[in-house]
Write a protein that binds this ligand. Structure first.
Ligand code: NAD
Length: 498
C-alpha cells in the first residue's frame, strides 16, 4: 500500500507516528493509499525547518520572490493534466472540474506576482517639524493553513501564495481525504525556485491541527472547512495569541424573480446545485422562486434536467458530476434526504437508489430535487453538501429576501431578475458576503477577496485580494526625526526642538 508522508524542508519525509488514515478512490470505494497522521514532534520539525529558512526568504527582494511564482504558474500549466487527474482520483470530481480547482488557485499565484507593488508602504513627509512617519508591512514569520477536502488545489494556494509572497514560511495541513495534490504543489514550488523549508506540508487530523494551534512559533492561522471546526480553530488560535481567519459552511440561496429568464435560471441552478456533486461551499442548495407561477414553471423545467444528469467516475469525460467523497458522506446525505421526506417536503426527483454498473462500491448519490421545502426542515437548516436542491416557494420579494437574511449561514447568494432596481435593493440589503446578480456562483476573482458573513466566517480579513496581504503581514509604524546635522557644520550646543 502506498504511504503518503509529509513534505518538510524540501524533502519527502515518512510519517513516524504509526497512525494513518485511508485515502479512497470515491468512484470505486478502493483504498489507494494511507496518509500519515503527524505527531506534535513532526509538526515541530516542520516549524524548525520553517524558522531556519524564513529570515533569508523575507530578506529576498520582492521581485525575486515574485519570480518564483512566475515560474510556478508556468509549471502548474505544464503539469495541469497530471494535477487534475491526481485530484480527481482522490476527490472524485470530474477532470475538467479539477482543472477549474487548480486554475482558481493558479489565479491567486498570478495575483501575488504583483507583490512588489502590493507590499509598498505608506509614508508621510513632514508629519511634524523634521519628522517623517511611515508604516511598513513585515511578514508574520511562520503561517499555517488548514484546508478542506473539497478544493485540494485552490484552497491551499489561496493561503500559501500570499503568505509566501509576503516573505513568510508556511506549514500546510491539508485534508486527510485528498493529500496528494497539496504535496505535488509543494514539490513544484521547489522546482520553481522556492528555498527548502519555506513551504512544508504536514499531513494529519485533529492532532496536527491542535499542534499548529498551540505552537508558539506559528503567528497566523488560516482555516477553511466546516463551521463547528472553523469556530473551534478561531477560538483556540485567538486564545493562543495567534491571528486567525476561519471560513466555514454555507447554505446558498438563489432568488428567482417572476421577470427572470427561467431558462437561464434553470441552467444556472443545474451547474451551481449539482456540479462537483454539490460539494462546493458556494454551491446553490436552495432555490427560491417568487410567486406560484414562477415556482411551477421552474419545477417543470428543472425536473427533466435533474433526471437527465450524467453521473459517473472521473474517467467518464461526459459525466456532469462524480461521486461524493466518502461512504460516510454518502450515508449522511441519504439520511438527510430521508428526513426531508419524513418532514413533509416533496421529493420530485429521488436519487437515493442510484447505482452505476461496474462501480457498485463507489460513493454515488443521484441528483435529488425537493419542492415545498420549509425553513423548519432539517434539509433547509443543514448544509447537505451533496447533489440535492431544495425549492422553497416565496409569495413575494420581501418573503424571499427574508429567507437568506434569517439563515444561520452567509457565504453566497444570488438573484435572477431583469429588474435593476430589485437587484440593486437586494445587493444592498442582504447580510451575506458574496452576492451574484444573474451569476449563480459569485466567487470573487483573485484580486478581489473571498469571504462570507455570519456563521460562514470568523475573523475580519478575507482570502486573497489585498486583504490577504494584510493578513499575512504585520504593520510597523516608524516615526523618525533627523535633527539638523552635519550639513550645517559642527554644532557644539546640545540640539533642542525649541
Ligand atoms: P472539515 O471541517 O471536516 O475539515 C476541514 C479541516 O479541518 C481538515 O483539514 C480536517 O483535517 C480538519 N479537522 C477535521 N476535524 C477536526 C477537528 N475535530 N479538530 C481540528 N481539525 C479538524 O471540512 P471538510 O469536510 O473537509 O470540508 C467541507 C466543509 O468545508 C463544508 O462545510 C464546506 O462548506 C466548507 N468549505 C468552506 C469554504 C469557505 O470558503 N467558506 C470553502 C470550502 C469548503
Amino acid at each position: 500500500m502506498r504511504e503518503i508522508g509529509h513534505f518538510i524542508g524540501g524533502k519527502h519525509v515518512a510519517g513516524t507516528s504509526g497512525r494513518t488514515s485511508p485515502v479512497y478512490n470515491p468512484a470505486t470505494g478502493e483504498i489507494q493509499a494511507q496518509v500519515a497522521l503527524a505527531t506534535d514532534a513532526e509538526l515541530d520539525a516542520a516549524v524548525q525547518n520553517a524558522k531556519a529558512a524564513q529570515p533569508g526568504w523575507a530578506a529576498t527582494n520582492p521581485q525575486r520572490r515574485a519570480r518564483v511564482f512566475m515560474k510556478f504558474v508556468e509549471l502548474l500549466n505544464k503539469n495541469m493534466n497530471e494535477l487534475a487527474e491526481l485530484l480527481s482520483k482522490e476527490h472524485g470530481k470530474t477532470v475538467e472540474d479539477s482543472k477549474g480547482d487548480i486554475i482558481r488557485g493558479l489565479e491567486v499565484c498570478e495575483f501575488v506576482i504583483g507583490i512588489p507593488h502590493l507590499s509598498k508602504s505608506e509614508f508621510t513627509e513632514g508629519a511634524g517639524p523634521n519628522i517623517d512617519m511611515y508604516s511598513i508591512r513585515q511578514p508574520v514569520g511562520i503561517g499555517a493553513g488548514i484546508t478542506p477536502f473539497n478544493f485540494p488545489g485552490m484552497i491551499p494556494m489561496w493561503m500559501f501564495a500570499p503568505a509566501i509572497a509576503c516573505g513568510n514560511a508556511f506549514i500546510l495541513k491539508p485534508s486527510e481525504r485528498d493529500p496528494s495534490v497539496p504535496i505535488r504543489l509543494a514539490e513544484l514550488m521547489i522546482e520553481a525556485g522556492l528555498p527548502a523549508g519555506i513551504l512544508n506540508v504536514v499531513n494529519g487530523d485533529k492532532g496536527a491541527v491542535d499542534a499548529i494551534l498551540t505552537h508558539p512559533e506559528i503567528g497566523a492561522v488560516s482555516f477553511v472547512g466546516s463551521t463547528p471546526i472553523a469556530r473551534y480553530v478561531y477560538g483556540t488560535a485567538a486564545m493562543n495569541g495567534k491571528r486567525a481567519q476561519c471560513f466555514g459552511g454555507a447554505k446558498n440561496h438563489m432568488i428567482i424573480m417572476p421577470d427572470a429568464d427561467l431558462d437561464q435560471a434553470a441552467n444556472a441552478l443545474m451547474g451551481a446545485g449539482y456540479g462537483s456533486a454539490g460539494e462546493r461551499c458556494m454551491a446553490i442548495s436552495v432555490a427560491v422562486p417568487v410567486g406560484e407561477e414562477t415556482a411551477n414553471r421552474l419545477i417543470e423545467k428543472l425536473t427533466p434536467m435533474v433526471e437527465a444528469l450524467r453521473i459517473g467516475p472521473y474517467t467518464d469525460e461526459k459525466a456532469d458530476l462524480g461521486p461524493v467523497v466518502t461512504k460516510e458522506a454518502q450515508a449522511r446525505i441519504k439520511s438527510l434526504i430521508d428526513s426531508g421526506v419524513a418532514q413533509g417536503a416533496d421529493l420530485i426527483v429521488d436519487g437515493r437508489d442510484f447505482k452505476l454498473q461496474g462501480y457498485e462500491n463507489g460513493y454515488f448519490v443521484g441528483g435529488c430535487l425537493f419542492d415545498n421545502v420549509t425553513p423548519d426542515m432539517d434539509i433547509y437548516k443543514t448544509e447537505i453538501f451533496g447533489p440535492v436542491l431544495s425549492v422553497v416557494r416565496a409569495k413575494n420579494y420581501e418573503d424571499a429576501l427574508a429567507l437568506p437574511m434569517k439563515h444561520e449561514y452567509g457565504n453566497g447568494v444570488a438573484i435572477y431578475t431583469r429588474d435593476g432596481d430589485a437587484a440593486r435593493d437586494f445587493a444592498s440589503r442582504i447580510n451575506i458576503g458574496m452576492v451574484g446578480v444573474n451569476v449563480p456562483i459569485p466567487v470573487p476573482l483573485a484580486y478581489h477577496s473571498f469571504g462570507g458573513w455570519k456563521s460562514s466566517s470568523f475573523g475580519d480579513l478575507n482570502q486573497h485580494g489585498t486583504d490577504s496581504i494584510k493578513f499575512w503581514t504585520r504593520t510597523k509604524t516608524i516615526t523618525s526625526r533627523w535633527p539638523s546635522g552635519i550639513k550645517d557644520g559642527a554644532e557644539f550646543v546640545m540640539p533642542t526642538m525649541k
